[in-house]
Design a protein around this ligand. Structure first.
Ligand SMILES: [Fe+2]
Length: 192
C-alpha cells in the first residue's frame, strides 16, 4: 500500500448493526468533547475523566472487541494481518464532524516495537487505546500509554507505534484531517 495514503474503504454501517450502535455511542461522546482542543491537557483530562472503568471507555472497548470478532473493525490490511485499518465513519453532522477510524497493530516480538506510517495531524487527534493484550501500549506525544487515551495536539506528527502485544487505536480526527506528507525530521509545534 502507498505509504503516503490512508486508503481503506469506508464501512457501510447499515450492514453491521453493532457498528451502528457503536457510531451512535461515539456521537454521544463527541457531544461532550466537541469544543475541546487536542493536546497534552485534553489527554490528561481524557485519562482522568474518561479512563478505564468509565462508561464511554468501557463501551468503546466492548464494541471494538466485538467488531474485531464480527469483522467490521480494522478490516483492511495495510501491511499484512498485524497492521490493519478500517474507516468506520467520515465526518458528518451526526459525528460533530469527527471521523472514526480503527487501526489494529500487533507488536508480536518481545522487546521490539512496531512502527506504522508516519503522519501529521493538522487539527490534532483523540485516540482511545483499546488493549487486545493487556500488556499492549501505544506511543503518544507524552510517552507510552496502556489502557486509556492519547491526544496529539494540532500540527504534531508521529509514527503509529505499539509494543507489548496487540491493540486497536480507535481515533477521532477533527474534520477527518490527517496528512501523510510528513517525516520524522520535521519540527514539532511548541505545544504537543
Ligand atoms: Fe496519529
Amino acid at each position: 500500500m502507498d505509504p503516503k495514503s490512508d486508503a481503506a474503504a469506508v464501512l457501510d454501517v447499515l450492514k453491521w448493526p453493532t457498528a451502528q450502535k457503536f457510531v451512535d455511542r461515539c456521537a454521544e461522546f463527541f457531544a461532550t468533547v466537541q469544543d475541546l482542543t487536542p493536546g497534552k491537557d485534553l489527554e490528561a483530562r481524557l485519562n482522568s475523566d474518561f479512563g478505564p472503568g468509565t462508561p464511554f471507555y468501557d463501551d468503546f472497548c466492548k464494541y471494538i472487541k466485538q467488531g474485531l470478532q464480527e469483522g467490521w473493525v480494522a478490516e483492511t490490511e495495510i501491511s499484512g494481518p498485524n497492521y490493519r485499518r478500517g474507516k468506520i465513519a467520515l465526518p458528518s453532522a451526526e459525528t460533530r464532524y469527527f471521523s472514526i477510524t480503527t487501526v489494529y497493530m500487533n507488536a508480536q516480538d518481545e522487546g521490539s516495537d512496531f512502527k506504522g506510517q508516519y503522519h501529521k495531524h493538522p487539527y490534532g487527534e483523540i485516540n482511545c487505546v483499546v488493549q487486545i493484550d493487556e500488556t499492549a501500549e501505544l506511543m503518544g506525544m507524552q510517552g507510552w500509554q496502556g489502557a486509556g487515551w492519547t491526544s496529539p495536539g494540532p500540527g504534531t506528527h508521529h509514527y503509529p507505534q505499539a509494543r507489548g502485544g496487540a491493540l486497536v487505536a480507535l481515533f477521532f480526527l477533527p474534520a477527518g484531517r490527517i496528512s501523510y506528507d510528513a517525516d520524522p525530521g520535521m519540527k514539532q509545534p511548541l505545544s504537543v
